[in-house]
Design a protein around this ligand. Structure first.
Ligand code: SIN
Length: 289
């Protein structure tokens, strides 16, 4: 297999053609995919048919996997798979139904946030017109960083921000959108952490903006109003249309993204009985620098 990498007409992302993820990949094919991932940040593989074991095996080629802190949404037989879904079993959500409710990067509230995620679509909701619903938007935070003025780059160079799972949960509660309280075990596994807000990619060396709407509680070292205004301005800047790719899901899509130079948002324009059901693996990462 020689993968054919076709960049999207966007600030990030590419489709990978000519790869069947249901089969083990040789080292050369894998290296081409890994290089493309570092270059384009988001990769799409269409028309895949993979079971949990193949999803896990492909994901593990990139590194160790996380067992997500929100353990109530883990696949019962494969705890390294997070179920992303609006499907209910009685009055229980079978998966995390609000995973992308706000712009975020996965696990930015952990001391060592995730390096990347691989999301595989098993059921996709559609509207009356047959168009898919529940799109996911990806923003290139490295393109957003590059577009900052020199003085803004200087201003944020040494700043840090606090990130927390509790902050994300408080936003969901305020928006009337949380189905349960966080438990003590969630708080213990994910206490608030701080990270630099201008982050350098360990492979490409590119800088990116590392704050997000959902999980960044506050920027540190500035007066309250100034810190809040800067956080809002940086989040709004990252979400500008010229930095964004919008993914329309099809069953059988595997989409993988680099959590360092991107953030993403899931569009909530569907509800039961329209079902959305996906499996996500989450790669471990290192503390941001
Ligand atoms: C996620 O944030 O990992 C899930 C995104 C989605 O549901 O599209």
């Amino acid at each position: 297999m020689t993968p054919d990498i076709r960049p999207f007409d966007a600030a990030l992302g590419a489709e990978v053609l000519g790869v069947d993820l249901s089969k083990a990949l040789d080292d050369e094919t894998f290296a081409a995919i890994e290089n493309a991932w570092n270059e384009h940040s988001v990769l799409l593989f269409r028309e895949q048919s993979i079971d949990e074991a193949r999803h896990l095996a492909f994901s593990r080629r990139f590194g160790e996997l996380e067992t997500h802190v929100l353990d109530q949404y883990l696949h019962p037989e494969h705890p390294e798979i997070l179920i992303v879904s609006n499907v209910m079993d009685g009055d229980r959500h079978v998966g995390i139904y609000d995973a992308g409710r706000y712009w975020h990067t996965d696990l930015s509230y952990m001391a060592a946030p995730s390096r990347g995620s691989l999301l595989y679509a098993i059921e996709v909701p559609h509207g009356e017109d047959g168009e898919p619903l529940g799109d996911t938007l990806f923003a290139s935070t490295s393109a957003a960083y590059d577009a900052l003025s020199g003085s803004m780059k200087g201003r944020i160079a040494d700043l840090r921000a606090e990130f927390s799972l509790a902050n994300r949960h408080a936003k969901l509660v305020a928006d009337g959108d949380a189905d349960a309280e966080l438990e003590d075990r969630h708080h213990e596994k994910a206490p608030p952490v701080t990270h630099p807000i201008a982050r350098t990619h360990p492979v490409t060396g590119r800088k990116s903006i590392y704050v997000n709407e959902g999980q960044t509680a506050r920027i540190l070292g500035l007066p309250g109003d100034e810190a809040r205004d800067l956080l809002e301005a940086l989040c709004a800047h990252c979400a500008r249309p010229e930095f964004v790719y919008r993914h329309k899901w099809r069953v059988g899509d595997l989409l993988m993204w680099d959590n360092i130079p991107t953030q993403h948002l899931a569009v909530r324009d569907y509800a039961l009985p329209r079902r959305r059901y996906l499996h996500r693996t989450t790669l471990k990462g290192a503390p941001p620098r």
